[in-house]
Ligand binder design. Sequence first.
Ligand code: SF4
Ligand code: SF4
Length: 94
Amino acid sequence: MSSKEKTWKEISMAGVCSRSSTGFMTGDWKTYMPTRDLEKCTVCLTCVMLCPEGAIRFRPEMKKIEFDYSFCKGCGICANECPTKAITMKLEQE
Ligand code: SF4
Ligand code: SF4
């Protein structure tokens, strides 16, 4: 962070969405989309718990997770928090 950038304590409060994204198709906000490396994923479900849009679903019958790109807004939290670095954010056209 450069010395000119404000900290989170100094910036103005922003508005928050009053409804969950189940009422809004937030998927069209994204520039980057998460992709998962099946070899690295241990199905720990960290990403499922941390996704702010509930856009990662656990499919117990298949023992795997799935991204719901209709709601994934491309924030990258899942990729940052995945303990095995199994998620990579890629440009949508890649
Ligand atoms: S956080 Fe990473 S290892 Fe865990 S379920 Fe998600 S993709 Fe798989
Ligand atoms: S990029 Fe953000 S919104 Fe999309 S699946 Fe990951 S945590 Fe959820």
